[in-house]
Design a binder for this molecule. Structure first.
Ligand SMILES: [Zn+2]
Length: 348
């Protein structure tokens, strides 16, 4: 009897004990799982590109772009970003000095024979790094789009479907400008810093064009940029910054924060505002457009100590191949694009 009672008691005790142990185990397992997931998430989140430069020479950009466009209808397409990433990896990043058009020809020949740039790349890590950087910069430059070519008998726009360069020069067609590679030059207003953009010298009032379609993220006054506009690409990876716009009438009349703009739209006018805490002050000597492009691989990079701004010189030369034609309204004196344009990502 005594034995039985004891046995019942100990069985009960053991049951309670094992239940407790299981609960503790489950709780521990749960929390360690949770912390593991948190660590993994943190690692994944921080595993983004933190440094990049864009130093592909214009000649390489142009040649690769033409190959991509020329072979677009063919069965064996060639992606210009693959080609440029392969070359950058081959030259260990120094594509600016080592670029040799013959290397691109050899590569293209091999791709046509069925090889892939990724398989051919000796340094796969470097290839995938450059591929990610160049995709962030150039990913939306080429593609399908429709552009107006005129009007039919009912005065309806005639749209033509094309494949090619669908980003525009920041300066409207027919307006003169001068530029050179001034990325990284010293600037001293406020504090000494490198010039993180590209200056295009043009007369005050020259229409400024949206390079790529996107959303107006900011517009207004900034003591460095003066009247400026910030436009974010739809994929969020590029932030276009247009600065020193015209005193008194800096922006196109239709522009507001949050508005969607199309590549080729008039967004503002060249001027020489900036370098002043007071608004609407012309403190820049020479009238010019400052255009900058910031790459954003992770939203934490948008405003930080290590922002990635790229050299736009070669890109500006490429964009000169696609300038937006504008017309001036006699009523309000504002310029507008002459030919309508549409592309896939505008309908999302
Ligand atoms: Zn500048």
């Amino acid at each position: 009897m005594y034995y039985k009672v004891l046995s019942k008691k100990s069985v009960g005790f053991l049951l309670v004990l094992s239940l407790l142990v299981s609960i503790i185990l489950i709780i521990n397992l749960g929390s360690s799982n949770k912390s593991l997931i948190a660590i993994k998430e943190k690692e994944e989140k921080e595993n983004f590109i933190k440094y990049a430069e864009f130093n592909i020479p214009f000649e390489a950009l142009e040649k690769a772009m033409n190959i991509d466009i020329d072979l677009h209808e063919e069965e064996k397409k060639i992606n210009w970003i693959d080609v440029l990433s392969f070359l950058a990896a081959k030259y260990g990043g120094n594509i600016k000095e080592q670029y040799n058009p013959g290397d691109m020809d050899t590569l293209v020949k091999k791709i046509k024979e069925g090889e892939t740039p990724e398989d051919m790349a000796h340094n796969k890590k470097l290839y995938s790094y450059f591929h990610e950087v160049y995709s962030a910069v150039l990913g939306e430059f080429l593609g399908e789009y429709s552009i107006q070519t005129g009007f039919d008998e009912n005065n309806e726009p005639i749209m033509e479907q094309k494949y090619g360069l669908k980003v525009f020069s920041p300066i409207a067609k027919g307006f003169p400008y001068q530029h050179y590679d001034d990325f990284g030059n010293r600037r001293t207003y406020g504090y000494s810093r490198p010039h993180l953009g590209h200056d295009m010298m043009a007369a005050t009032g020259t229409p400024v064009i949206a390079v790529e379609s996107g959303i107006v993220e900011v517009m207004g006054w900034n003591q460095y940029g003066g009247w400026r506009i910030g436009i974010r690409s739809f994929d969020k990876k590029r932030y276009y910054y247009y600065a020193h716009l015209r005193k008194d009438k800096p922006f196109h009349k239709d522009l507001v924060e949050g508005k969607i703009v199309k590549a080729g739209d008039v967004i503002g006018y060249v001027g020489r505002t900036g370098y002043s805490v007071d608004e609407n002050v012309n403190n820049i000597k020479t009238s010019h457009l400052h255009i900058g492009v910031e790459l954003i691989f992770d939203e934490s990079q948008k405003e930080c100590d290590n922002e990635i701004w790229i050299d736009m010189y070669a890109i500006a030369k490429l964009l000169a191949k696609n300038q937006s034609e504008v017309v001036r309204s006699p009523e309000d004196k504002h310029f507008c694009r002459k030919y309508d344009f549409t592309e896939g990502n505008l309908n999302q």
